[in-house]
Design a protein around this ligand. Structure first.
Ligand code: IMP
Length: 187
């Protein structure tokens, strides 16, 4: 079931405005591209990029450590690739949360092989106590404790992404959520 609210919608937007302002001060004039790591990034990326006064390109990548797919790279499986050519471009890689760091580390290696000019990570959340692989987060919303959170794009088994606030999810001993309070009932 849903536990405490970790960040409500107003706190989220305050963070997003700060990040957009920080990014805007550093944005290179030449065609930056914002690449969102699906699916958790969607609400964050759309809110963030709409606050930038200049035109930026937007693309998406989706990786998985399991499931059906066609291409592999490192320990992640490439489910959906970007369509843009990123050679010599400044990439802003947008993630919902950095946990162990393995996903972003692998995505960064995959993109580096395509010779961009730069890659900077933008993450709404980070759980530093869980880190196994170091990831340099250039623009971080906020750190959180080692709790499982849902809402504002973050899911548990695809549920809860659409909640406007970010909540702790209280997991049962078997690792399953006890109920779907506020999430519209069972899917
Ligand atoms: P990492 O590779 O361990 O850093 O995991 C990153 C991915 O795990 C994120 O992009 C999320 O999809 C997922 N994840 C990690 N922690 C949470 C959480 O608390 N709630 C929802 N998804 C999470």
């Amino acid at each position: 079931m849903l536990g405490t609210t970790v960040l409500d919608r107003h706190e989220i937007q305050t963070i997003v405005r700060r990040l957009a302002s920080d990014i805007n001060s550093d944005l290179p004039g030449r065609s930056p591209i914002f690449i969102g790591v699906l699916k958790g990034c969607v609400y964050f990326l759309t809110d963030l990029t709409r606050l930038l006064p200049q035109s930026v390109d937007v693309d998406f990548i989706q990786v998985s450590s399991y499931g059906a797919s066609t291409t592999t790279s490192g320990s992640v499986v490439l489910v959906k690739d970007i369509t843009a050519d990123v050679r010599d471009r400044d990439i802003y890689l947008v993630e919902d949360i950095v946990d162990t760091g393995t996903t972003l580390n692998d995505v960064i290696r995959l993109l580096e092989a395509r010779h961009p000019r730069s890659i900077q990570v933008v993450s709404l959340l980070s759980k530093p106590s869980r880190r196994q692989v170091e990831v340099d987060i250039a623009y971080l919303g906020t750190e959180i404790d080692d709790v499982f959170v849902v809402g504002y794009g973050l899911d548990h088994a695809e549920a809860y992404r659409n909640l406007p606030d970010i909540h702790e999810l209280v997991l049962e001993p078997d690792g399953e959520p006890g109920g779907r309070v506020g999430a519209g009932g069972p899917r």
